[in-house]
Design a binder for this molecule. Structure first.
Ligand code: ZN
Ligand code: ZN
Length: 150
């Protein structure tokens, strides 16, 4: 995605958060927290189906939300079809630094990563991507499928 600042075009990295209807609790609003730093971004109705790098093609007009803390950019879209229990994630590295990915529901840190090295925080074991990791927080419905690291 390109933005124009003072007549200069810049390429920016936006992550697309795809939402699906929550069949069990269709009217509830959830606070979506930045999975990289835990800062509240916006309220969402529905569950997160996937979080991927880049803007996915959509009919919608794009609205970009910036995390006030880590400055990552997110756009949200709704998927019509799926009914999946887990959230697919493409992990996005920040330059050189160790990054943490947190459960978007309860903020429990799930993995730490740097480059393509991913460590599960609950037992500090190496994770081979792709990998399924349930949120270790008792009672939290979050289940994650880490499909790639960028
Ligand atoms: Zn953030
Ligand atoms: Zn959780």
């Amino acid at each position: 995605m390109k933005i124009t600042v003072k007549n200069q075009e810049k390429e920016i990295l936006v992550q697309t958060v795809s939402l699906q209807k929550n069949k069990f609790d269709p009217t509830n609003l959830y606070l979506f927290r930045c999975p990289y730093c835990g800062t509240a971004i916006t309220q969402i109705q529905g569950l997160v189906n996937k979080i991927v790098a880049g803007v996915e093609p959509t009919e919608n007009v794009i609205v970009v939300h910036q995390c006030a803390t880590c400055k990552r950019l997110y756009t949200f879209q709704t998927l019509e079809y799926p009914d999946i229990r887990e959230t697919k994630v493409m992990l996005v590295n920040s330059l050189g630094a160790m990054s943490t990915f947190r459960c978007y529901i309860c903020r429990t840190p799930l993995v730490e990563f740097r480059g393509d090295k991913v460590i599960r925080i609950s037992d500090m074991s190496m994770v081979h991507i792709p990998s399924h990791i349930p949120c270790p927080n008792d009672g939290c419905p979050g289940i994650y499928y880490f499909q790639d690291v960028l």
